[in-house]
Design a protein around this ligand. Structure first.
Ligand SMILES: [Zn+2]
Length: 81
C-alpha cells in the first residue's frame, strides 16, 4: 500500500506557491513573457523568459485562474483541500 502523503518537494516548499482554492502545489500554469529577435526569417526567442507576481497563473488541478501573487502562500499557512 502506498501512502497518500504529500511529496516533500512541491511548489509550496520550493516557491511558496499553491492554489488558493484547492491547495494544489505540484503544477501551475504561468504565463511568461519572453524576448524574441525578429528578422526576415521570423522570430527567434532569446534571453531569459520572465514571470512576475502580476503574471497570469492557472491551477492545473481545478482550473482556478488568477495572477501569481494570488497563489502565494506562506509555509506556515496550510491550505485545506
Ligand atoms: Zn486549484
Amino acid at each position: 500500500m502506498s501512502s497518500a502523503s504529500k511529496p516533500k518537494h512541491d511548489l509550496r516548499s520550493a516557491w511558496g506557491k499553491a492554489c488558493p482554492k484547492c491547495g494544489w502545489a505540484e503544477a501551475l500554469t504561468v504565463t511568461i513573457t519572453c524576448s524574441a529577435l525578429l528578422s526576415i526569417d521570423g522570430t527567434e526567442a532569446h534571453g531569459d523568459h520572465e514571470w512576475e507576481h502580476s503574471s497570469d497563473c492557472c491551477c492545473d488541478k481545478c482550473g482556478h485562474n488568477g495572477v501569481v501573487s494570488d497563489f502565494l502562500v506562506s509555509e506556515s499557512e496550510e491550505v485545506s483541500p
